[in-house]
Design a protein around this ligand. Structure first.
Ligand code: AMP
Length: 226
């Protein structure tokens, strides 16, 4: 199964993606997470990318495309993968199509998580992320049991560099000018499924499960029953 999780920052792609991984047993590739890891490791590429993402700007296509190409060639992607945060421009979508056809693969679907701007700003500004396992919390709607610590691994919760008001504004602008046009690209080839992501994560996930039954979700389809 090859699936794209699409939508603005804060729509819940990461949260829903982790649940889809459990149901379908294929890896989730988050380009944002790759960039954060590369920056933490202080690689040259990571620091170059950070100069864009820390202010909310998109990282240039050539950098992103190279990383995705390398990542999806790894053995764990042989049975499929879920992309979270890629493609984010029409040019990335076109290049991804070429990559897939060169490797004899095809895209099964694109889930577009739609949410209103006030809700996105509320989610992003209150979001806290575990520095170790990546679990996410919200200071009001999903607080950790112990203030500042992850419920799952006990590590420190941090606020992402780009979850500040100025970067959030830039990210939403980048989304509407450069990323939203990608929706039409996938509407035109009949692969887009829209989901109302303003609702609670469990409600959204139930709808995602229904959608997954219609795409090629591989061996663990039984996990989708329910
Ligand atoms: P995310 O974790 O998906 O919110 O991504 C964090 C940041 O990484 C984004 O705001 C972008 O600056 C950068 N980024 C992630 N994926 C891409 C992409 N496909 N194209 C360009 N920039 C990206």
């Amino acid at each position: 199964m090859i699936l794209i999780l699409f939508g603005p920052p804060g729509a819940g792609k990461g949260t829903q993606g982790s649940r889809i991984v459990e149901a379908c047993g294929v890896p989730k590739i988050s380009t944002g997470e790759i960039f954060r890891d590369l920056a933490a490791a202080k690689t040259e590429l990571g620091l170059t990318a950070k100069s864009y993402w820390s202010t909310g700007k998109l990282v240039p296509d050539e950098i992103v495309v190279g990383l995705v190409k390398e990542r999806i060639a790894k053995a764990d992607c042989a049975k499929g993968f879920i992309l979270d945060g890629f493609p984010r421009t029409v040019s990335q979508a076109e290049t991804f199509d070429i990559m897939l056809s060169q490797s004899g693969n095809k895209l099964d679907g694109v889930i577009d998580f739609e949410a209103n701007v006030d809700e996105l700003v509320r989610r992003l500004s209150g979001r806290r992320t575990c520095d170790n396992c990546g679990a996410t919390f919200h200071i009001i709607t999903l607080p950790p049991k112990v203030d500042g610590l992850c419920d799952y691994c006990g590590s420190e919760l941090i606020q992402r560099n780009d979850d500040n008001p100025e970067s959030i504004r830039t990210r939403l602008k980048e989304y509407s000018s450069k990323t939203e046009p990608v929706i039409n690209y996938y509407v035109s080839n009949g692969l887009l499924h829209r989901v109302d992501a303003d609702r609670l994560p469990d409600v959204v996930f139930n709808e995602v499960l229904e959608l997954l039954k219609t795409v090629n979700c591989g061996a663990s389809k039984e996990a989708l029953v329910g």
